[in-house]
Design a protein around this ligand. Structure first.
Ligand code: FAS
Ligand code: PHB
Length: 389
């Protein structure tokens, strides 16, 4: 098979890139390791920056998002029984949209299928070949049958555990990592959200987050030990712990119910540089990971897609390689700002095993400053709604 862009990974990065390229008549093939049902079964991000919304509009996939997504003009931050609000629209003129990553991915699959886009599922043994040449190709198998795609470019959109990052020779890669000494235990419940906005909670017992997907589908998280397993937590134990970590007034109105999904995500900050080697471009989680505290994971994958899509458009439409040549530097400049914000917000909101009494006092002082200072709130709001591409 021959195509212009071979895309490894059928998650949001790969699908969004494929659909955007399609709108400009640029052919691609998406290779996905799992089944579509498996991909759609993952419960992940919930908050979309305007930049991602704009890309989905450009890709012709934003109809349901605008019909079903929730516009959030701000968020609540609590510490003990104290709670204050950061108004995104007041400080930046922009809201965020609450709409699950699962739905974004579903909309992208629907768009690719409507356009007869080529997506191969359950691929195995994906190997990137001659990425540092003018004639790269990808080999893989489906059902034991060996296959090959000859292409102009390869987009590695295969997430943190994919093969693309490793295709760049180790001596050419620099990796930066911070592993957090805790995870997030998350549940999904068919209950009304405790508040119409998100609540990020700093408590003496650890972090909690109250989020949602719609008026009868709530998403809650509590910081947990890395040794915890989802099955260690009954629903009742989860609800009791969540109530201890959010303000009493909110806990009193929390509607509990059976969990329909329960999972633990480890937290890490990770960046690999560069995000390009020859005709291979890394995009999304394969190149960088953030702790989900700042809701930057999916949204930073989106800005990578923006830079790569425009670089490839420039190449095919204008014969210029300027966009693809500057891709890695441009993408990384925004990636590191997302890493900083996610690390800052995680440091502010979580309990760390080695924290001293002084460290805890610093957290409260930082929260009080954020609560009372307009410039601090503007800085937080600008990062949360998404820095410019
Ligand atoms: P993805 O990992 O989503 O997609 C990569 C795809 O490539 C997958 O479908 C995988 O099956 C496929 N693949 C892997 N190896 C392959 C191979 N060899 N061949 C072919 N295909 C291959 N972000 C937030 O903003 N908020 C959150 O709350 C949040 N929670 C998260 C929870 C978890 C458990 C995880 C892992 C991530 C979370 N994230 C969150 C981040 C997440 O949303 C990512 O940023 C987002 O999925 C990035 O999308 P992709 O880059 O497409 O990577
Ligand atoms: C979610 O709704 O899953 C969510 C929202 C905000 C975050 C992380 C996760 O920062």
């Amino acid at each position: 098979m021959k195509t212009q862009v071979a895309i490894i990974g059928g998650g949001p990065s790969g699908l969004l890139l494929s659909q955007l390229l399609h709108t400009r008549g640029i052919d691609s093939v998406v290779l996905e390791r799992k089944t579509k049902e498996y991909v759609l079964g993952r419960i992940r991000a919930g908050v979309l920056e305007q930049g991602l919304v704009g890309l989905l509009e450009e890709a012709g996939c934003a109809g349901r998002l605008h019909a079903e997504g929730y516009v959030h003009d701000g968020t609540l931050i609590s510490y003990g029984d104290e709670m204050f609000r950061v108004d995104f629209t007041e400080h930046t003129g922009k809201p965020v949209i609450v709409y699950g990553q699962t739905e974004v991915t579903r909309d992208l699959y629907a768009a690719r299928e409507a356009a007869s886009g080529i997506i191969e599922f359950e691929v195995e043994d994906v190997v990137i070949n001659r990425a540092d040449s003018e004639a790269p190709f990808v080999t893989y198998s489906v059902g034991g049958e060996p296959r090959r795609i000859d292409c102009d470019f390869i987009a590695g959109c295969d997430g943190f555990h994919g093969v693309s990052r490793q295709a760049i020779p180790l001596d050419l890669r620099r990796e930066y990592e911070k592993v957090y000494p805790f995870g997030w235990l998350g549940i999904l419940s068919e209950t009304p959200p405790v508040n119409h906005e998100l609540i990020y909670a700093n408590s003496t017992r650890g972090f909690a987050l109250c989020s949602m997907r719609n008026e009868n589908l709530s998403r809650y998280y509590i910081q947990c030990s890395l040794s915890d397993k989802p099955e260690d937590w009954t629903d009742e134990a989860f609800w009791q712990e969540l109530k201890r970590r959010i303000p009493a007034e909110e806990a009193a109105t929390l509607v509990t119910g059976p969990s329909i999904e329960k999972s633990i995500a480890p937290l890490r900050s990770f960046v690999t540089e560069p995000m390009r080697w020859g005709r291979l471009f890394l995009c999304g989680d394969t190149a960088h990971i953030v702790p989900p505290t700042g809701a930057k994971g999916l949204n930073t994958a989106a800005s990578d897609v923006h830079y790569l899509y425009n670089g490839l458009r420039d190449f095919y439409e204008n014969g210029s390689s300027a966009g693809i040549d500057s891709y890695s530097e441009k993408a990384l400049r925004r990636v590191w700002k997302a890493e900083r914000f996610s690390w800052w917000f995680s440091s502010l909101m979580h309990r760390y095993p080695d924290q001293s009494e002084f460290d805890l006092k610093m957290q409260v002082a930082e929260l009080e400053f954020l609560r009372s200072n307009k410039a601090a709130q503007q800085a937080m709001a600008e990062n949360y709604v998404g820095l410019p591409y």
